[in-house]
Design a protein around this ligand. Structure first.
Ligand code: SF4
Length: 466
């Protein structure tokens, strides 16, 4: 997905329980592997069995933590978070992990997702509470520590029965670590084991691999897994609801070296490209992709089409997080801040360019122009997702209905607007077959308008982007 037309995920989380280990350092490198899921703020909380110490700031992992900070986070249980804000402002008070006091002592919580009934929860569970932060995560954290129940599992279940929306959570008390997913399993969460002892939870398996934890499995929807001095425990959900994992984890969010439901993200994207080539072939000379997330799809397309794959655009990987605005002339040059074409690969060629989605359609025309200016004779755009025709309300900062180009124009009108010679989107059936999942196992809300049964508000198209 090109810069400027992106959708943003809402956080990466890790949780580690490993007596005798430097868990803050493991959390740091685990979060580093999840930096793509959120770049606004980050934090790590560590318990030494008696107290929890937390450090959180605005910025990237690399700018927040150094040896001094990590040295002050001493203990054997850690919870870490890297944030992209969906609800709540981008201010440090909303950075996570959040710290709460409970009758079990201090609690640190990190949340990935988005609640859709925050106000109900606030009114129903938190009548006497003053909320400092503005995020749905704080409401969730306070709801859990104040819920009725003799133990933490009963309290989590109580809140789970009332919370609507998407939430994958890692949470620690001073002596135990808890991890759970919402009953629909919208956001991913997996766990693994360190060869020398101890466990780690993470949004994606790439974080486990980064610190040497061996992947065990994903948590099931509504499942609670916790670890204390007696070992690992599992509490399975009381009722079986259909799963609704976010399809865009496969298409765009997750790192290609992660596994999701036992399937390699890289291989899934490769297959999306192959399927797209079967559905929308084109007479062309070369295939290329928009770096980085569309590259496996581009390679898959070229394999299926029997055409050479070329790196027609090179991405400047360090420009993504600049706070310095370009001047007007630079802005007019648009995507060239992020991508440079290789003229020698494109000149006088009929080019198929593969991308993973078109959201607002603001950047694709600039990409097409960039390729034409670099000498491409024809530009055929192929997209490894179906058209996005509805907003997301489950934690993905995407666009409003009015902003979504595919909600307002036909495929041919979009082709004309982006200036392409042809345009093709992967079908929903093709996408499901590429990820080897059934319709009832996935959330396809932004592609179909049918959302998981985790929401009871107004129709999605009436909602503003979160
Ligand atoms: S609506 Fe779209 S982006 Fe949002 S959770 Fe569902 S599939 Fe993912």
């Amino acid at each position: 997905m090109p810069a400027g037309d992106s959708m943003h995920e809402a956080c990466g989380i890790v949780g580690i329980y490993a007596p005798g280990n430097e868990v803050a350092r493991h959390a740091y490198f685990g979060l580093y592997a999840l930096q793509h899921r959120g770049q606004e703020s980050a934090g790590i909380a560590v318990s030494d069995g008696a107290t929890i110490v937390c450090h959180r700031e605005m910025g990237l992992i690399s700018s927040i933590f150094d040896e001094d900070v990590l040295g002050r986070l001493s203990g054997y249980i850690s919870v870490g978070h890297t944030r992209y804000s969906t609800t709540g402002s981008s201010i440090v008070v909303n950075a996570q992990p959040l710290l709460e006091h409970s009758d079990f002592g201090e609690v640190a919580l990190a949340h990935n997702g988005n609640l859709t009934n925050t106000d109900d929860l606030r009114e129903g569970l938190l009548a006497a509470t003053v909320l400092q932060a503005t995020s749905d995560s704080e409401v969730l954290a306070k709801a859990i520590v104040q819920a009725p129940g003799a133990d933490m599992i009963a309290r989590i279940r109580h809140v789970m029965s009332r919370a609507e929306g998407a939430y994958s959570i890692v949470m620690s008390t001073v002596k135990a670590l808890y991890a759970f997913r919402d009953p629909w399993g919208v956001r991913p969460l997996c766990y693994g084991r360190f060869p020398g002892g101890g466990y780690m939870f993470a949004s994606e398996s790439c974080a486990l691999a980064t610190v040497g934890a061996e992947y065990i499995r994903e948590l099931g929807p509504g499942e609670i897994v916790w670890i204390d001095a007696d070992g690992l425990h599992v509490d399975t959900p009381p009722a079986n609801k259909p799963q609704a994992l976010c399809m865009f984890e496969y298409i765009y969010f997750a790192r290609p070296d992660s596994m999701l439901s036992g399937k390699s993200i890289y291989m899934a994207r490769l297959e999306m490209g192959r399927q797209l080539a079967r559905e929308h072939p084109a007479d062309a000379d070369v295939v290329m992709a928009i770096p980085d997330s569309a590259i496996p799809g581009g390679i898959g397309f070229s394999q299926e089409a029997g055409l050479p794959y070329v790196e027609g655009l090179i991405k400047n990987r360090y420009i993504g997080r600049t706070f310095i605005s370009p001047d007007q002339r630079m802005r007019a040059r648009g995507v060239q801040l992020k991508f440079n074409p290789i003229r020698e690969l494109l000149e006088n060629k009929r080019v198929i360019v593969v991308d993973d989605s078109i959201v607002r359609g603001t950047t694709t025309p600039r990409i097409v122009k960039l390729l034409r200016d670099a000498g491409a004779r024809e530009v055929h755009v192929r997209i490894t997702s179906p058209p996005i025709i509805h907003p997301c309300y489950l934690g993905v900062d995407m666009a409003t209905h009015e902003e979504l180009i595919a909600a307002n124009f036909t495929i041919d009108e979009i082709r004309e607007k982006i200036g392409a010679d042809s345009l093709g989107f992967l079908s929903k059936e093709g996408l499901l077959s590429a990820v080897a999942r059934k319709r009832g196992e996935m959330c396809l809300g932004c592609l179909t308008g049918e959302y998981p049964e985790t929401y009871s508000g107004p129709p999605m198209y009436e909602m503003a982007t979160r």
